[in-house]
Design a protein around this ligand. Structure first.
Ligand code: GCU
Length: 342
C-alpha cells in the first residue's frame, strides 16, 4: 500500500475509534432499534472512483437507508482504496474495523474455495444470466452464508463486473499467441494466475490500486479488466491497446460484518435489504450505459479497442474448469449455476 493511502487509512480508522468511544459513552450502548435515537454509520470500503457505477449505486443505498431508518443506520462510502486494498478488506470486515466492503470473487476464493466457481470462464452466459444467479437464494444462499461462523462475514449480494478483456501497452492481442512473454497483472488468486499461464503469458499478482503505476513503469506489460475500470482508473493512458477477449464475466460481492447486521431491528434490516436491492438494480442499469461511455472516453484519450479471436482465448481457458472444480461443493454450485442457463 502506498504511504499516503496508509496514512489516510489510519487517519480514518482513528476517527472511527473516537466516534465509537463517543457511542459507548452515550445512551444506547449497542442496539440501534426502531424508536431509539442512536445512530450508527457503517464504513464501506471501495477500490473504485466516484464515477464508477458501484460508488454511485452505493451512495444512493446509503441515502435511502438513512431516510428509511430515520438516521439510525447510515453508510459512508470510502472510494479510491482509501481504506486499503481488497485483500485487506476481508480481515477488516471480519474484525469489524470496517462494516461493509466490495470485494472481487477471487478475494473470497482465498477464504472459501467454492467462490472460485464465480470466476471461471463460460460459467455465466451473459450479464443477465449472472445477475439471475447472484440474486437466486437457492443457488447462492449457502455459499453467501458460508463465512458467517468462520469469519463473521455475511455476503449480502453480488454485482457484475461485466466481461473482462486484456489490454496491453504495445499491441492488440488477436490470439493468445500474441501474449507470449508478456507480464500481465492479475488479481491475487490461484485461478487468475492459472488463467494467464494458460494463455502462455506471465502472471503478476498485484493490487488494483497499483496497476496504473505498474503499467507506467513497465513492471507489467498489460492487465485484464472491464471497460469501465479501464477508463475510470485511466489505464488507457498507459496501456492503449484494448482487445475484446471477453474471457470471463467477473463478479463483485458486497460483504458485511455479520455482528453489525445482527444489531439491526427487523424493520431496519428490511430497509437495508430493500436499499441493497435498489442499489443492485441501479448498478446493473448503469453498467450498460457506462460501458459505452467508457469506450468513447478512452477512445477520445487515444485508446484503440478491437474485436479479436475471443473464442481462441475462451478455448485456451476451458481446461481451468477441470483444474478448479475439484470438490463436491464446487461441482454442486457449478451445476446449479449452469442449470439456470437458457
Ligand atoms: C474490477 C472489479 C474490482 C476488482 C478489479 C481488479 O474492477 O470491479 O472489484 O478489484 O476488477 O481487477 O482488481
Amino acid at each position: 500500500m502506498k504511504i499516503t493511502r496508509l496514512l489516510q487509512a489510519s487517519a480514518i480508522i482513528g476517527v472511527a475509534a473516537i466516534t465509537l468511544a463517543g457511542c459507548a459513552g452515550g445512551s444506547g450502548g449497542g442496539d440501534a432499534t426502531a424508536g431509539s435515537t442512536e445512530s450508527t454509520t457503517m464504513k464501506l470500503a471501495l477500490n473504485q472512483t466516484q464515477e464508477h457505477p458501484s460508488f454511485l449505486a452505493l451512495e444512493a443505498f446509503g441515502e435511502e437507508l438513512s431516510e428509511a431508518t430515520e438516521g439510525r443506520w447510515n453508510i459512508e462510502v470510502y472510494p479510491d482504496s482509501q481504506l486499503g486494498d481488497q485483500a485487506e478488506y476481508i480481515q477488516s470486515v471480519s474484525d469489524g474495523v470496517i462494516d461493509l466492503a466490495i470485494v472481487s470473487a477471487p478475494q473470497l476464493e482465498n477464504v472459501n474455495d467454492d467462490f472460485v466457481v464465480f470466476s471461471l470462464p463460460t460459467v455465466f452466459d451473459s450479464i443477465d444470466h449472472q445477475m439471475t444467479v447472484l440474486g437466486d437464494d437457492e443457488v447462492v444462499g449457502d455459499v453467501y452464508a458460508s463465512l458467517e461462523e468462520s469469519n463473521n462475514i455475511t455476503v449480502v449480494g453480488g454485482l457484475t463486473q461485466g466481461a473482462r478483456s486484456i489490454y496491453l501497452k504495445d499491441r492488440i492481442a488477436q490470439t493468445p499467441d500474441d501474449l507470449a512473454g508478456k507480464k500481465i497483472r492479475v488479481q491475487e488468486s490461484p485461478v487468475f494466475i492459472s488463467m494467464i499461464n494458460a494463455l502462455g503469458a506471465s502472471p503478476t499478482p498485484m493490487a488494483f490500486s497499483e496497476v496504473y503505476t505498474g503499467l507506467q513503469s513497465g513492471v507489467i506489460d498489460g492487465a485484464e479488466n472491464n471497460e469501465i475500470s479501464y477508463f475510470t482508473q485511466k489505464h488507457y493512458e498507459v496501456a492503449p491497446f484494448f482487445s475484446f477477449t471477453r474471457h470471463l464475466i467477473g463478479a463483485d460481492f458486497l460483504i458485511s460484518n455479520t455482528d453489525t447486521l445482527a444489531k439491526m431491528s427487523e424493520a431496519d434490516r428490511a430497509a437495508f435489504d430493500e436499499g441493497w436491492a435498489n442499489a443492485w438494480q441501479e448498478h446493473t442499469d448503469l453498467w450498460t450505459t457506462q460501458t459505452e461511455e467508457a469506450i468513447a472516453g478512452a477512445e477520445e484519450g487515444g485508446a484503440a479497442f478491437e474485436e479479436v479471436d475471443s473464442e481462441a482465448f475462451v478455448e485456451a481457458l476451458t481446461p481451468l474448469l477441470d483444474e478448479f472444480i475439484t470438490t463436491d461443493s464446487q461441482q454442486t454450485l457449478y451445476d446449479a449455476i449452469r442449470a439456470t442457463a437458457e
